[in-house]
Write a new protein. Structure first.
Length: 184
């Protein structure tokens, strides 16, 4: 049932697959998944962290020390901590966000779910998240694991990505379409 061929074709996918396989073998999928969510949230909040992972000028030693400090600060599980160190040592911290995305997809498939990335202008409450999951489940015919993110720049509405499919119901996109139509 493993359908990770597309994921394994990318560099981030190969790292994510290796981490997924190791976490599955050790029975640590949930712990690693939680750690990766903490990393993803830290990346979203910190411009300094974004700059660190994107910079090719950071030495291996500095990247490894920063990764170790970050892991300790976030309280990451040992496997995710070691993995972050491997990314730093191999000068692949720039792949962190795609690795997290690919790992999340692999974990959702393992649980028999479809993964969906949802971007909203404001955090969704539990009722809104339940309604969204129910609607997505009716569309795809399977349980949906939602990876939610907040981006105030979309102004309102939602952007939903499931695999190669994207549904953009954001106010920003609607306003841009209206502006284009008015230009004629």
């Amino acid at each position: 049932m493993e359908q990770s061929g597309g994921i394994q074709a990318s560099l981030s996918g190969r790292y994510a697959t290796a981490l997924f396989d190791l976490a599955r073998e050790r029975g640590q999928l949930d712990a690693v998944g939680e750690s990766l969510r903490a990393l993803r949230d830290a990346l979203a909040r910190s411009d300094d962290l974004k700059a660190l992972v994107a910079s090719p000028l950071v030495s291996r030693g500095d990247a490894s020390r920063a990764a170790a400090a970050l892991a300790a600060d976030l309280g990451l599980d040992p496997l995710a901590t070691h993995f972050l160190g491997v990314l730093a040592h191999n000068r692949r911290l720039s792949q962190l966000a795609p690795v997290i995305r690919d790992f999340t997809t692999l974990a959702a498939r393992h649980r028999g779910e479809v993964s969906a990335e949802v971007v909203s202008a404001h955090p969704l409450d539990d009722g809104q998240m339940a309604a969204l999951k129910a609607r997505l489940k009716s569309m795809v015919g399977a349980e949906v694991a939602v990876d939610a993110a907040v981006d105030p720049a979309i102004l309102g509405g939602l952007i939903v990505r499931m695999g190669s499919r994207q549904i953009d119901g954001s106010i920003r996109t609607k306003l841009n379409a209206l502006a284009s139509a008015m230009k004629g």
